[in-house]
Design a protein around this ligand. Structure first.
Ligand SMILES: *[C@@H]1O[C@H](CO)[C@@H](O)[C@H](O)[C@H]1NC(C)=O
Ligand SMILES: *[C@@H]1O[C@H](CO)[C@@H](O)[C@H](O)[C@H]1NC(C)=O
Ligand SMILES: *[C@@H]1O[C@H](CO)[C@@H](O)[C@H](O)[C@H]1NC(C)=O
Length: 609
């Protein structure tokens, strides 16, 4: 196909790129050339892609028309490839933190973090809010006072999950939960409280896990019908062990987009996860169920895995907090290795404080495979005493990128930032972050190659058991070659250098979390899944740096669009700067919580009878 040869872009060396506000770098909007498909159309498309002759031609045009050839495959870059976004730790210079050794046992870390949070007296002084979800400390206080027991919460939880699954709601929150296993854990926890010996404030707190994190007694399906048959779950993932050491009750495996290979959360095998704010809408994904159960009040916290925004994006669409730590901060062991250089465990929580408590429990002490790295200390933000006026935070905002979202999101997010400036005197620094769309394509190529590689051994056998949208995805993933992969890694290095320069002018980068709010689940998508790359590109628009460059990032709910669907604001930080990010998120939350609304589907786990 020589006559179709595409000329690749020749990128200027990165030190010649102007990152100032008046840079003449063009902002390239996502130029997605792929119509929405569902139902029969997806099936036909998948068949074509999988056919040896047509498939090759079709894939060629897909890559070409979506600018992958021009911007990545045939591009010329001088930067060397960077394969893994591991960042050297240079010590902490952060304000108002308490640093603890990374290898303290999890319950001790949790104890340290509780001391960093508001004391009970402060809480009673804070204004009464119209709506607020129960927090970990609320659970712990209620259990300690004997008002309610973990065993009672377990019963309520089970009743609520049953109700949410009945035909009139069909929320599809969970792929699996075991009544017996929940009750066993709750009974043990209740006993510990009776003896006055809870393991930590997490004792008896229900926590749900995305179904790609290993946890006994459940098989790990990854949202598929086959994965658990070829890969057996034989022990808890490292992060699950840490939660158990703190006494948390693991309540089950939440629904997810099949293989994490999509972000709508519509799963043809286990149902489309529905948004608690409006059950006709998607939750976003791929940690769909984890976001939805927190939004619906079933658990204060759930874990997800974030490979392309999979924690932050559903968190934003469901109106909860989503925290993705620095690459390497939380151990990988026991997580499906679908896209190992971009994906990692993240936390979905009702409040910033709750994400911090669980972050403290999970972080630190990496597996031996990362032993070449000095293990950073874990610094916990002193939220109770923080004086945000003295922080002088500089927030980098890249105008055209920031504005590339719906009017409601733009207005709401700009307003939130303006309030931060008014209240704390923080400054916005206008910058240009170039080649965002190039980074999205390079990341797509990377995550696709990694996913395709990790399931290659099984692909033949399992095709028939896969959803149609994922079959299309896997065909595209399998079409990337080594030259393209290497160029994508050169782009990774280039973007890391760009981001390092931005971080020399600012402490955090601020963006909306998504370009659109939750969209409608259409009937034709339920059985086949759907392909909607246009909405898809808008959903991941602000996510990629967190994954491709391994940077920590957090999303905080800041308001609602005109139809009442949640909007999130994202802060992206320097490597290992979680404590600063949590401080910033907490300052933002303090301004916004008074406006928070109760979702349509909500369960009150600690209600007084
Ligand atoms: C931390 O790592 C060390 C050495 O690898 C190990 O001996 C210790 O048990 C680990 N601690 C935790 C809490 O995982
Ligand atoms: C749910 O978990 C049980 C074990 O607790 C297992 O036997 C069953 O097959 C699982 N079901 C699904 C759909 O994963
Ligand atoms: C990447 O893989 C993880 C599992 O390791 C998954 O949860 C995540 O959703 C995947 N992301 C994408 C965009 O495929």
């Amino acid at each position: 196909m020589g006559f179709l040869k595409v000329k690749g872009v020749i990128y200027e060396p990165v030190d010649r790129v102007d990152l100032g506000p008046d840079s003449d770098e063009v902002y390239l909007q996502a130029n997605v050339k792929a119509p929405r498909m569902a139902g029969l159309l997806v099936k036909v498309f998948a068949w074509f892609l999988e056919s040896p002759i047509f498939g090759g031609i079709l894939l060629y045009f897909l890559k070409r028309n979506n600018l992958i050839h021009k911007l990545v495959s045939f591009a010329e870059l001088q930067e060397s490839p960077l394969f893994e976004p591991l960042h050297p730790y240079k010590g902490s210079e952060e304000m108002e933190v308490k640093c603890v050794e990374a290898d303290l046992p999890p319950p001790e870390k949790v104890q340290h973090v509780v001391e960093c949070l508001q004391s009970a007296e402060d809480v009673s002084e804070s204004p009464k809010l119209s709506f607020q979800r129960w927090t970990i400390l609320d659970y712990s206080r209620a259990y300690t006072s004997g008002e309610i027991t973990p065993r009672m919460v377990a019963d309520r939880f089970i009743a609520a999950v049953r109700e949410s699954s009945n035909p009139s709601l069909q929320m599809s929150f969970f792929i699996n939960y075991s009544v017996e296993d929940i009750i066993r854990q709750a009974t043990e926890s209740t006993l510990r409280y009776e003896q006055g010996k809870p393991l930590s404030v997490l004792d008896g707190v229900p926590i749900a896990l995305k179904d790609e994190i290993d946890c006994m007694p459940y098989p790990t399906t990854g949202g598929t019908k086959w994965l658990h048959k070829v890969r057996h779950c034989t022990e808890d993932a490292c992060c699950v062990k840490r939660l158990r050491l703190c006494g948390a009750i693991i309540v089950g495996k939440t629904n997810m987009h099949e293989l994490g290979a999509g972000i709508s959360g519509i799963n043809p095998h286990y149902g489309a996860t529905r948004n608690p704010y409006n059950s006709r809408k998607i939750t976003g994904g791929s940690s769909s169920g984890s976001a939805a159960v927190v939004a619906a009040g079933l658990c204060p916290v759930a874990l997800g895995v974030d490979g392309g925004g999979s924690v932050r994006l559903p968190a934003a669409l469901c109106g909860v907090v989503g925290l993705k730590p620095t690459f390497g901060r939380v151990p990988h062991n026991g997580i499906l290795p679908l896209n190992y250089t971009v994906g990692m465990v993240g936390i979905l929580a009702a409040t910033v404080e709750d994400s911090l408590i669980v972050y403290a429990a999970l972080s630190g002490n990496l597996s031996s495979d990362s032993s070449s790295m000095t293990m950073p200390q874990v610094c916990l933000p002193l939220l109770k005493s923080a004086n945000y006026m003295s922080f002088n935070i500089r927030m980098a905002r890249s105008g055209k990128w920031f504005d590339d979202c719906t009017d409601d999101i733009r207005d709401c997010c700009s307003h939130a930032i303006a309030k931060l400036s008014d209240k704390y005197g923080w400054k916005t620094v206008e910058v240009t972050i170039p080649e965002i769309e190039v980074m999205r394509l390079a990341h797509y190529l990377t995550i696709g190659s990694e996913c395709s590689n990790s399931i290659a051994a099984h692909q033949e056998k399992i095709l028939a058991e896969m959803g149609w949208d994922v079959r299309v995805g896997l065909s595209v993933y399998g079409a990337f070659d080594s030259k393209e992969y290497l160029n994508a890694q050169r782009i990774r290095n280039r973007q890391l250098q760009i981001h390092n320069k931005i971080f020399s002018k600012a402490d955090v980068i601020v963006t909306p979390t998504t370009g659109v709010t939750a969209y409608t689940i259409k009937e034709d998508a339920l059985k086949t899944g759907e392909l909607d790359y246009i909405n898809g590109a808008a959903l991941v628009r602000y996510q990629i740096a967190g994954n491709f460059l391994g940077l920590p990032a957090v999303t905080v709910p800041v308001g609602y669009d005109k139809s009442g669907l949640p909007i999130g604001l994202q802060f992206i930080g320097k490597p290992w700067s979680e404590s600063l990010l949590i401080h910033v998120a907490s300052a933002m939350q303090a301004i916004c919580t008074s406006g928070s609304k109760r979702p349509e589907v909500y369960y009150d786990m600690l209600a007084k009878k």
